[in-house]
Design a protein around this ligand. Structure first.
Ligand code: CAA
Length: 258
């Protein structure tokens, strides 16, 4: 499918999905969200893809939901269409690992989109924020929930109530991002991380993602039981035999996703 708001490139088993609305700092309109959910699902189903990198431009990952598009909408419009609901859920169902490579602004829906990914690598010029309160709304794509889980109540409340931005250093300190890199190296570092993931068993990577995500949905006891059962289940795979044999034989494993 040809996209108008995205550029998708697949190389070395990595799908790079680039948000591409430079005229609006990659503001997220309904078309972009629908195209993104489609591109993510396509990458998830594509055997040539083992990891996905979601990125924007040097200036903006995404400056939030498209305010021009939303400004005149009514409750009936947005509730009736469940604005952002279905597409965000579709992205959260992708089973392959997704890295967000964030430079510049990741605000409102942009910050929420980054948090929908499995981890965030950001450039040293990144700025995160949930400034929806300035527009008379609350976050609508997971910000009050995911930011709180990522950085804790104190910072999440501060960000959502004051609308202030968090710079890259604070984002790393708070646990919102996994690494900060110089802006000029952002894609190189994100792709290096992605390629590392492509070298693992895709089956095991999927299980890792499923198990970490389960920790947000359940009690500790149930989460630990889920993890242990998954760990036990991995012993039914050829990749477990190969991974452990390769360690003992002091060679690189050749995973076959079985
Ligand atoms: N929606 C629509 N257009 C946007 C936009 C947005 N979220 N953010 C930026 N743009 C547009 C601007 O209107 C401008 O377009 P024009 O040239 O046609 O006027 C263009 O992008 C460049 O933006 P600025 O001139 O404002 O650039 P700047 O460098 O001076 O400021 C900024 C950058 C601080 C990011 C500023 O653009 C800004 O504050 N943007 C809005 C951020 C925001 O409030 N995001 C939350 C949206 S609500 C939301 O996301 C709800 C949700 O949870 C789902």
């Amino acid at each position: 499918m040809a996209y108008e708001t995205l550029i998708v490139e697949i190389e070395d088993y990595v799908a790079v999905i680039r948000l591409n609305r430079p005229e609006a700092l990659n503001a997220i309109n309904a078309q972009l969200m629908t195209e993104l959910a489609h591109a993510m699902a396509a990458a998830d189903a594509d055997e040539q893809v083992r990891c996905i990198v979601l990125t924007g431009s040097d200036k903006a990952f995404a400056a939030g939901a498209d305010i021009k598009e939303m400004a005149t909408k009514s409750f009936v419009d947005v509730y009736g269409a469940d604005l952002f609901g279905l597409d965000a859920e579709a992205i959260s169902r992708v089973r392959k690992p997704i890295i967000a490579a964030v430079a510049g602004y990741a605000l409102g829906g942009g910050c929420e989109l980054a948090m929908l990914c499995d981890f965030i690598i950001c450039a040293d010029n990144a700025k995160f924020g949930q400034p929806e309160i300035n527009l008379g709304v609350v976050a609508g794509m997971g910000g009050t929930q995911r930011l709180t889980r990522a950085v804790g109540k104190a910072k999440a409340m501060d960000m959502h109530l004051t609308g202030r931005f968090m710079d890259a250093a604070e984002a790393e300190r708070s646990g919102l991002v996994s690494r900060v890199v110089p802006a000029k190296n952002l894609m190189e570092e994100a792709l290096k991380a992605a390629v590392k993931i492509t070298e693992k068993s895709a089956l095991t990577a999927m299980a890792v993602k499923e198990s970490v995500n389960r920790s947000f949905e359940t009690t500790l006891t149930e989460g630990l039981r889920f993890e242990r059962r998954l760990f036990h289940a991995m012993f039914a795979t050829e990749d477990q035999k190969e991974g452990m044999a390769a360690f003992l034989e002091k060679r690189q494993p050749q995973f076959r996703d079985r």
